[in-house]
Ligand binder design. Structure first.
Ligand code: PGA
Length: 255
C-alpha cells in the first residue's frame, strides 16, 4: 500500500456535454472516499458552480480547479473595466471557489498556439490571485530521457520566470502519451520527473514543488506508476469522466 498523500487532478477537458451530466458526475465523485489523497475536480467553466455545489452538498473534501485563466493580473483588470473578451479572470475564478488552475496544457500549447510568454502571464495572474497553478510541461514527440527533460525544463523555466518563489505544481505530461489509451513506461516517466526535480532544486524555490504525471493514466497502469515515489500525483483526462474509473484508481493508491 502506498502511504504517500497524492494529488489526483481530474481534467474533464471539454466534457460532459450537459450540465445535468456534469452534476451527476460530480455527485458520483463526491461519493468516492479518497482517503488521505487530495482530489481536484477540474470541469469546463460553465459547470464550475454546479460542480462546486454538488461537491459541497455531498460533503466532499474534493477541491475545485479551472482549466485555464485569463492572462494578466487583477491589477490589470482594475485599471478600468475588464477588457479581454472571452476570457475568465483570476478574480472570477477565485470567487467561484477555484483553488487550482491548469496552465500550459499541451492541447492549448499545440492546438491553440499558446506561447511560453502567454503561459508565463497566466502563471503570474494565478499566483497573484492566490490560485495554485498546475503547470503542464512535456515533450511533444517520443524521445529519450535527456531530451524529454530538456524540453520540459525549457518550458518550465520560461513559465516560472518572475514567479520562482511562488507555490505551484508541475504536471509532466509527455504529449505523445496523452489520449487515455497510450502505453507509457512508468520508469521513463519517473526518470524524466527526476530530471525536472533536479532543475527545480536549482531555482531557489522556498517550497517543495510537487511533480505530477499525466498521460493515459488508468486503473491498470496506476499500479506500476505509484511504485515511483518521486511522482506526487496524477493529472487524469479520459479516465476522469467515469466515477467508476476514478474509484478504481483511488482504490489502488491505498489510504
Ligand atoms: P489523458 O489526458 O489522461 O486522457 O491522457 C491527460 C491530460 O491531457 O491531462
Amino acid at each position: 500500500m502506498n502511504q504517500q498523500k497524492l494529488l489526483i487532478a481530474l481534467n474533464w477537458k471539454s466534457n460532459p456535454a450537459t450540465h445535468a451530466e456534469a452534476r451527476r458526475l460530480a455527485e458520483d465523485i463526491a461519493g468516492i472516499d479518497a482517503g488521505q489523497n487530495l482530489l481536484v475536480v477540474i470541469p469546463p467553466f460553465p459547470y464550475l458552480a454546479a460542480v462546486r455545489d454538488s461537491l459541497k452538498e455531498k460533503g466532499s473534501s474534493a477541491l475545485l480547479g479551472a482549466q485555464d485563466i485569463m492572462p494578466f493580473s487583477a491589477d490589470f483588470d482594475r485599471k478600468g473595466s475588464v477588457v479581454l473578451t472571452g476570457e475568465v479572470s483570476a478574480d472570477m475564478l477565485r470567487d467561484a471557489g477555484v483553488s487550482h488552475v491548469i496552465i500550459g496544457h499541451s492541447e492549448r500549447r499545440w492546438i491553440l498556439g499558446e506561447s511560453d510568454a502567454l503561459i508565463n502571464e497566466k502563471l503570474r495572474a494565478a499566483v497573484k490571485t492566490g490560485i495554485e497553478p498546475i503547470l503542464c510541461v512535456g515533450e511533444r514527440e517520443k524521445t529519450d530521457v535527456p531530451r524529454a527533460v530538456q524540453e520540459s525544463v525549457d518550458q518550465l523555466s520560461l513559465a516560472i520566470e518572475g514567479s520562482v518563489s511562488a507555490q505551484y505544481i508541475v504536471a509532466y505530461e509527455p504529449v505523445w502519451a496523452i489520449g487515455g489509451n497510450k502505453t507509457v513506461d512508468p520508469a521513463y516517466a519517473s526518470e524524466v520527473i527526476a530530471g525536472i526535480q533536479k532543475y527545480l532544486s536549482t531555482t531557489g524555490s522556498p517550497f517543495p514543488i510537487p511533480v505530477l504525471y499525466g498521460g493515459s493514466v488508468n486503473c491498470e497502469n496506476i499500479v506500476s506508476l505509484i511504485q515511483f515515489k518521486n511522482i506526487s500525483g496524477f493529472l487524469i483526462g479520459s479516465a476522469s469522466l467515469s466515477a467508476k474509473n476514478i474509484s478504481c484508481i483511488i482504490s489502488k493508491l491505498g489510504t
